[in-house]
Design a protein around this ligand. Structure first.
Ligand SMILES: [Ca+2]
Ligand SMILES: [Ca+2]
Length: 529
């Protein structure tokens, strides 16, 4: 071997040795170039305050695999969502929340394998860019799920670090034995190892993921299971996200019934939190789902307590009001498909102060509750029911028990309800239109109204232009309700619109208004200037 060859070989060896110490990542794939948005970012007025656009947001949560199938392979996809933006716009929602779209192990996708690629079947990066572009051109926003608490145990860095303390990624996870084969995980699920957020590399990686998707035009993120992420990291994460785009929102999922547990997350962490205490009041506890106010099984005083919890939060705290989502039984199932009780839920969610959340399909009363076995959760995420026949264009078929849920000719489909007078869809549409056209329902004052009826709840929304009275009878009996309006800050009398029944109602000048409410009645009355 001549000297030159020996030197070359040695150098190769040295280089290899050096390389093995640098990051030879089983690297996440390269992102497509970012697509500029058509909406300029909205500056925040204070570091804690949510962007102005979010105060007008009506969230529409979509499970992409279950919404609309554009290429007839049985799986809902991103082009499918783009093709149904007209539908969402017709309903009136203006902010899409997409549940996880990244490559993942499970069908729902919180267990991310690669934060840079989309789950096969959902579409390409171009498809996502197009969805964002099309949404923005309609002045709609797109919020994505971004799980930062954990990765999949199939995530490349986890696989590299498992059973290998010398791995460059050892410090990315929270090992509980020296061999690095036991670790802390979310809800003790081996598939969801918790990240070590104290590690600077983990911090900068997650921030980089967020920045990359923001530069692709996404308007913000929902962070699932935020209670499993240290506050220090959430504050850092917020700073980085707001620096990249001050108009981006961060929505936090802290699924806890206790407002005191939620309060800290409003401090420089999230723009808004899902109002779990309100959800539990309406729906009942997770163990006894159905035992809540929507079924007349708790009292309006509980609703007062849930709403008054806001006093524990920062003054700028935004709450996302919901009566159901991807991880709960659907509203229709919760109330035994009682149409009047479904309307109560819609009325509350869309007229209480805060940001309303509509889970896809709830606007047509789709049922869905926890099943059994490995696909238990998927019964809550079945195919959007587009057609009267339950078949045809766009219908998603990947869920094998779909036929049990998407029944034909049951009056639960977009085709049977959209633009049909008196349908649940039209009720949602009416509420959303009121909210869109009258700022008072977005950020007007709120005040409950005293009434002797123990199963009723009534409140006012008012500003200089409008005055709304919401009254709900949660019981199965007719109630005659006398509402004391003498203490309202605005003197309202005379005829107003009865938006739920049609026609007009008239308020007496003495401020005591008697309303006859049928069983399960949910009323919205409006007085203009
Ligand atoms: Ca498809
Ligand atoms: Ca149907």
């Amino acid at each position: 071997m001549n000297l030159r060859r020996l030197v070359t070989l040695c150098m190769t060896f040295v280089l290899l040795a050096a390389c093995s110490k640098t990051i030879v990542t089983p690297a996440p794939t390269v992102m497509a170039p970012p697509t500029p948005t058509t909406i300029p970012p909205t500056p925040t007025t204070s570091p804690n305050e949510s962007p102005a656009w979010f105060r007008d947001a009506i969230l529409y949560e979509i499970v992409p695999r279950s919404f609309y199938d554009s290429n007839d392979d049985g799986v809902g996809d991103l082009p499918g969502i783009t093709s149904k933006l007209d539908y969402i716009q017709a309903l009136g929602a203006n902010t899409l929340w997409l549940t996880p779209v990244f490559s993942a192990t499970s069908s729902f996708g919180l267990d991310v394998i690669d934060y840079a690629t989309l789950s096969p079947g959902l579409g390409t990066q171009d498809d996502l860019n197009n969805l964002i572009r099309q949404a923005h051109s309609r002045k709609m926003r797109v919020v994505m799920d971004l799980p930062v608490a954990y990765t999949s145990n199939e995530f490349a860095y986890f696989k590299d670090a498992y059973n290998k303390p010398a791995s460059a990624y050892s410090d990315w996870y929270q090992w509980t034995n020296t061999a690095h084969t036991a670790y802390k995980s979310y809800a003790n699920l081996r598939a969801l190892p918790l990240l070590n957020h104290k590690n600077g590399s983990v911090q900068s990686y997650l921030i980089q993921v967020a920045q990359t998707w923001l530069s692709a035009g996404v308007d913000g993120f929902r962070v699932s299971d935020a209670a499993s992420v240290p506050h220090e990291f959430l504050k850092l994460f917020r700073q980085a996200v707001k620096q990249a785009n001050s108009g981006a929102v961060l929505l936090g999922e802290v699924w806890n019934n206790d407002p005191k547990k939620l309060a800290p997350y409003f401090h420089d962490e999230f723009d808004a939190l899902f109002d779990a205490p309100l959800y539990y009041t309406l729906a009942g506890s997770a163990e006894r789902n159905g035992g809540g106010l929507l079924n007349g099984r708790s009292t309006p005083a509980d609703l007062d307590a849930a709403l008054n919890a806001t006093t524990l939060y920062t003054p700028t705290a935004q709450l996302i009001r919901l009566a159901g989502a991807h991880n709960t039984n659907r509203i229709a199932s919760l109330v035994g498909q009682n149409a009047a009780r479904e309307r109560m839920a819609a009325l509350l969610v869309l007229t209480l102060p805060g940001t309303p959340l509509i889970y896809y399909g709830d606007e047509i009363g789709m049922p869905g509750s926890l099943g059994s076995g490995v696909s238990a959760e998927e019964y809550r995420r079945v195919a959007m029911d587009w057609t009267q026949s339950g078949k045809g264009a766009g219908m998603v078929t990947w869920f094998k028990d779909a036929a049990k849920v998407n029944k034909p000719n049951d009056n639960i489909s977009v085709e049977e309800q959209q633009n049909v007078k008196d349908s649940l869809w039209s009720f949602y549409k009416m509420l959303i239109t009121q909210r869109r056209d009258h700022a008072v329902l977005r950020d007007g004052s709120f005040q409950t109204v005293a009434s002797p009826c123990r199963s009723c709840y009534a409140y006012l929304r008012w500003d200089a232009n409008d005055f709304y009275l919401v009254a709900i009878n949660f019981s199965d009996q007719t109630q005659s309700v006398t509402l004391d309006l003498t203490k309202t800050p605005r003197n309202v009398s005379g005829p107003g619109e009865d938006l739920t029944r049609g026609g007009t109602v008239s308020l007496p000048s003495n401020g005591r208004y008697t309303l006859t409410m049928e069983a399960r009645d949910a009323r919205l009355l409006h007085w203009g200037k």
